[in-house]
Design a protein around this ligand. Structure first.
Ligand SMILES: [Zn+2]
Length: 251
């Protein structure tokens, strides 16, 4: 990872001159609840200044932990994208944004067809295979070959901190084959067995099963909860939590 004071970047993606991308750190805060619209506007401005580039449009879907992915094109660019958790486009100047605090942001890039994606894959999105929907759309609508698609998993809650009850474990066991290698027994708390799930491992293996090459799947391996002084973390800050953003744009 390339570390900056207020954001990080993936080395491989940063090498590509036509792509702008970043994942923000504190004190950036893109939460409409714990920050203000005014402040958020200034922060987008600051990002434009960092890259010396003006986005034609900034598209952030209204995320509700669905597995719905939409293509942004000339006809729907004015839409709100309500109940959408992933966006894909080949339009230049359109910044695709997801807002995140522990959930995985997965950036997708096909260098052959010049298509990008930005996917919000929290545990529910991961469970419901949102990144698979994204890859399907890239194949169908842009004729992408999964072998060319590169995936970058942003800082998120890792298996060290993603503690769940048995009900969540059972949901993953139902939706994925052989998922037990990604599930670890934790402590017994108040008489209940706790578990830890490696949702990064699950998405990595899933992406490979969709045809992405192993060497095209990169994870930051930064845990937002362990590093809550640098990143907003819902599990660390609860309702007071701010939001990091993942952003990707074709210049
Ligand atoms: Zn952790």
């Amino acid at each position: 990872m390339i570390e900056n004071k207020k954001y990080i970047q993936f080395e491989e993606l940063n090498k590509i001159s036509e792509i702008i991308h970043l994942f923000t750190k504190r004190p950036f805060n893109f939460s409409k609840i714990t920050s203000t619209e005014e402040k958020i506007k200034e922060e987008y401005q600051e990002i434009e200044d960092i890259f010396h580039y003006k986005f034609t449009t900034i598209k952030k879907p209204i995320q509700t932990h669905t597995n719905v992915v939409k293509v942004v094109n000339e006809n729907n660019i004015g839409n709100d994208f309500q109940d959408v958790d992933g966006l894909i486009t080949n339009m230049k100047g359109v910044a695709l944004v997801t807002s995140l605090a522990d959930c995985q942001g997965i950036l997708l890039y096909d260098p052959k067809n010049k298509v990008i994606g930005n996917i919000h894959s929290g545990w529910k999105g991961t469970l419901n295979k949102i990144v698979g929907n994204a890859v399907s759309i890239m194949k169908q609508e842009f004729h992408c070959n999964p072998q060319d698609i590169e995936a970058f998993i942003c800082p998120s809650i890792l298996k060290c901190c993603f503690e769940v009850d048995k009900d969540v474990v059972e949901m993953f066991q139902e939706n994925f084959d052989d998922v037990n290698e990604f599930i670890f027994e934790g402590e017994i708390k108040e008489g209940k067995q706790k578990y830890f799930i490696d949702t990064i491992g699950i998405n990595k293996r899933y992406l490979q099963s969709l045809g992405l090459k192993k060497e095209h799947i990169t994870s930051s391996d930064i845990c937002t909860k362990c590093n809550a002084s640098q990143y907003h973390s819902y599990r660390a800050d609860h309702e007071k939590s701010g939001r990091n953003i993942a952003l990707i744009c074709i210049k």
